[in-house]
Design a binder for this molecule. Sequence first.
Ligand SMILES: CCCCCCCC/C=C\C/C=C/C(=O)SCCNC(=O)CCNC(=O)[C@H](O)C(C)(C)COP(=O)(O)OP(=O)(O)OC[C@H]1O[C@@H](n2cnc3c(N)ncnc32)[C@H](O)[C@@H]1OP(=O)(O)O
Length: 271
Amino acid sequence: MVKVNVDMASSFIRAVLPRLACRHLKIGNNCNGRYLYGCNKRWVSSGSDLVQVEQDDSDNEIVVLKMNVKPVNACTAEFNNAMTKLIKDLDADEQSKGLILTSTLPNVFSAGLQLTALHGKSYDEIKEYFSTFQTMAHTLFTSRLATVAAINGHAIAGGCVIALCCEYRVMAEGKFHNGLNEVIVGIPMPAWVSAYTVYALGTNTAEKVILSGKKHTPREALQVGLVDQVVPPDDLIQVSKNILSDLIKVGDYPRRLSKERLRKELLMFSL
Ligand SMILES: CCCCCCCC/C=C\C/C=C/C(=O)SCCNC(=O)CCNC(=O)[C@H](O)C(C)(C)COP(=O)(O)OP(=O)(O)OC[C@H]1O[C@@H](n2cnc3c(N)ncnc32)[C@H](O)[C@@H]1OP(=O)(O)O
């Protein structure tokens, strides 16, 4: 088990993080919160269009979730909660077998945590906000569905984490970055994010990726294993669908149980 010095973490969240986050973005407290809503699947009732839902096939086996938090898919608490609810609903729907996660925005998959959410907030509010992100990531990581991230733009920090929660990651070619820049922003990497990264990349590469805070081009992301494939932007969704179709061909029960056994150990990590 990883030991965490809770006092140090608390004072970091309380005293340092809000200032670092806002310095990083060069912003004040400009958190503007409301977004539109709407979805087209009967069992989805998150009440939010922060994530758009599309059924991909007549059998309802494949669902495409499109993150839709303008302008950069920063993970607001509302978004995190909507994603958690959607994935849980999909997990409970026996018809659903696979999930493609992408973005409605042309150049951004996700910019990660909503840094503005940290500004001027109390310790308890910030802690609560972090936990909505962690719950969403855990829910995606352990979903019984086959999962593919179709990374159609920048995937930074928490955005990269969301992609790492998926089983397979395809990234579009382009002037985009993909990386875990938490140490640059000033956030000590939480153990659970490190554990997910080690799971996907192996220990040695994960350490280099995390401790450098480097933002990778799609080709570099492929080299270090942050993504499994790089394709022309126009092919991104079709390639993701083909991969997902192959993944869900495997018998549902053995696949689901094996995924659970592989991934559940990592849930012991928190901060
Ligand atoms: C002991 C401590 C324990 C802590 C435990 C924490 C648990 C945390 C778990 C996981 C770690 C995750 C951490 C994070 O995710 S930190 C977030 C880091 N993200 C970034 O550094 C990305 C910053 N953004 C960018 O690099 C770029 O915006 C871009 C490449 C994504 C897109 O570039 P571009 O298209 O040029 O857009 P702009 O830069 O012009 O941005 C538009 C607009 O959006 C605002 N914005 C950008 N990113 C964020 C963000 N992450 N949160 C909130 N707002 C963001 C930007 O400020 C602009 O706003 P405007 O000026 O008002 O238009």
